[in-house]
Design a protein around this ligand. Structure first.
Ligand code: ADQ
Length: 601
């Protein structure tokens, strides 16, 4: 690349082009399109040209043909849009076709063994689906998130959905993800557009479309359960002892990216802005560039990016990094994650690394810390009367005890056992808190079919049983453990009732619960956020009481301090935290990312 760059710098009349597995350097006035009139000039005006090509640069040639000529795109398992009318699969088919034509011209008339097939035209819906913005993630937002009606207005409930929906609407965007279905290997997987959702009349609002693809059963096992949740999730959260490395899982990871890229190529315009999410899609830009996608492609990592020591344990570390650099923009939650990524890039690749950009293979990949936010107002809305009863019942059962609240997906990264143990230590070290404080831990079921997660659930239940058995009394239960999910209105009520928001993950990309807790507080009498120093949220939320979840005695002391904090200090801390949660919210995050992605080009 150095030689090519130096040559192009010395010869400005030459340009360089990235093709399929090739770099082309050529006079900038010449392309395969200008070859068409040259050939015609020599073959005679009546000659019909058959043009065959598999590369994106061959499209120039197809466009330059006249109506009497024929263009054949040669596929290599891809489905990228092409100007060709016909298609063949692979070079063997090309060879057979040429042999047949040669035979005809030599006077033989054997039947053709292969003829080009007409490119299947897109359905009208797919033709219209040339979206300016396509969001790609493993999971699709809950359909009901887009469909619910509230006072005549469309409403959605998921965090990421809320953040992205305004951006998708403004740009007429599409969201592509796994359908949630698996099909037996060997059977055809379905992919394509789902029904339009959330169309709203008036103004500049445009329809948001959802599209999905099925997973093969082996992909669910090896990609989703294997490489995503058995390799990348524990590794990126710095739990190397929980990591598995399997070649089959890596192969499935690569394969699923190809499937996502095929569907995206079919549905997106060749210059659409693509925004991929999370560790499930680290290789997506590479797969799209190989299909000739020319528009900007960005990625946001919702989990931490680990240190070099941890990341370099991944047997495919170099491949993953190299592919990530095909994105135009990589967003992370914190400057620490950005620094880890840059360190890995400079240590593992011959890349030029600066503060916010990595140059590699002639491309520039921008890197930025962009902490995700929430929609804070949603946690201040008065609840529906029907949502009040259950939470009021729970509060009544606590009597006068102050509420310490934990809310998480049930995941070993969230540090739930450590949190319970520290609560037990508080009751042991400071017996005066007995009967005066209760911990409510709400855990939403997650990845329940994965053995590690089932184990985690059993561990939590046994710790709850032990502490309640040791300290509980007839009129007081120290820990209430609720294994279920709550609608947002009820969560907001719980947050507001809690004197301490007990948010102590062992490692977390950001942690939205911390922000939701702050947003839901009564500003006149707010509770205290007790936050793990290892959550990404701790970078912005310095006015929380920060704690080390690995140190039970220390965490018990921090909990004691949070419970004793006076009104004045609580208010002062809360008002600064709330200002930051309001300023840097979900919508500013999504728009900020998309603006930065547009600015990369
Ligand atoms: P998660 O690991 O899922 O997200 P988090 O940021 O805490 O973690 O978000 C969890 C969401 O689920 C919150 O919106 C919360 O309200 C909701 N939730 C949790 N328990 C619930 C319950 N019992 N009932 C109902 N809702 C519940 C990943 C990363 C995070 C990062 C986010 C966003 O792991 O670090 O903050 O993505 O980027």
């Amino acid at each position: 690349y150095g030689v090519i760059d130096a040559f192009c710098a010395r010869h400005p009349s030459f340009e360089r082009l990235e093709g399929r597995m090739v770099v082309e350097v050529r006079p900038s006035m010449v392309n395969k399109g200008s070859a068409v009139p040259w050939v015609r000039g020599r073959a005679g005006a009546d000659a019909r040209i058959i043009a065959l090509g598999d590369d994106v640069t061959d499209e120039h040639m197809f466009v330059a043909l006249s109506g009497a000529d024929e263009a054949v795109v040669v596929r290599h398992g891809d489905a990228r849009p092409s100007h060709a009318r016909w298609e063949l699969d692979g070079t063997d088919e090309v060879h057979e076709l040429l042999a047949w034509i040669h035979g005809l011209r030599s006077g033989q008339t054997p039947p053709p063994t292969v003829l080009p097939r007409e490119v299947v035209p897109k359905t009208p819906a797919e033709q219209n689906a040339s979206h300016d913005l396509v969001v790609i993630s493993n999971r699709l937002p809950e359909l009901r998130s887009f469909e619910g009606e509230e006072g005549g207005r469309k409403r959605n409930v998921g965090g990421l959905v809320s953040a992205l929906e305004p951006a998708l609407r403004a740009r007429g965007g599409m969201w592509l993800g796994w359908s949630g279905r698996t099909v037996p290997d060997g059977q055809q997987i379905e992919s394509g557009l789902l029904e339009d959702v959330g169309g709203e009349s008036g103004g500049e609002q445009r329809t948001v479309q959802l599209a999905s693809l099925d997973y093969k059963e082996s992909w669910y096992r090896s990609y989703y359960g294997g490489f995503c949740n058995g390799t990348l999730w524990p590794l990126f959260h710095s739990f190397p002892s929980r990591v598995t490395f399997k070649d089959d899982d890596w192969r499935a990871y690569v394969e699923v990216h190809e499937a996502f890229a095929d569907v995206t190529t079919r549905l997106a315009g060749p210059r659409s802005m693509l925004w991929a999410h999370d560790y499930h899609l680290l290789l997506f830009a590479r797969a799209m560039r190989r299909r000739g996608h020319a528009g900007p492609i960005g990625h946001f990592l919702h989990i931490p990016f680990p240190s070099f020591d941890i990341f370099s344990m991944l047997p495919w570390a170099t491949e993953v990094l190299d592919a990530m650099l095909d994105y135009d923009l990589l967003g992370f939650h914190t400057p620490g994650h950005v620094a880890n990524f840059l360190h890995c890039a400079s240590a593992l690749l011959p890349a030029k690394v600066a503060d916010d950009v990595v140059q590699h293979r002639g491309r520039s990949c921008h890197v930025a810390a962009m902490p995700i936010g929430i929609l804070p107002d949603a946690f201040q809305e008065p609840p529906e009367p029907s949502a009040v009863d259950e939470i009021e019942g729970l509060m009544r059962s606590l009597g006068d005890a102050q509420l310490v609240l934990g809310v998480d997906r049930l995941d070993y990264t969230k540090g739930i056992p450590e949190r319970l143990i520290a609560f037990g230590r508080l009751l042991e070290m400071q017996p005066e808190w007995r009967r005066k404080v209760s911990l409510v831990q709400v855990s939403v079921p997650s990845r329940a079919d994965v053995p590690l997660y089932a184990e985690q659930r059993a561990t939590i239940e046994s710790i709850v049983g032990r502490i309640n058995g040791e300290f509980g009394e007839a009129s007081w239960v120290p820990i209430r453990y609720l294994y279920r999910s709550y609608p947002r209105a009820q969560l907001a009520q719980l947050y507001r009732a809690a004197r301490v928001g007990y948010v102590t993950p062992l490692r977390d990309g950001m942690n939205l619960v911390a922000k939701e807790y702050v947003a839901a507080q009564d500003s006149e009498n707010p509770g205290v956020l007790l936050l793990s120093q290892f959550a990404g949220a701790a970078v912005e939320m310095r006015e929380a009481v920060l704690t080390n979840p690995y140190h039970a005695d220390g965490m018990a002391r921090d909990l004691d301090r949070a419970l004793r904090m006076g009104l004045e200090e609580r208010r002062a801390r809360h008002s600064r935290l709330l200002a930051s949660v309001q300023r840097s919210n979900a919508v500013t995050w999504a728009e900020g990312f998309l603006d930065a992605l547009a600015a990369c080009r």
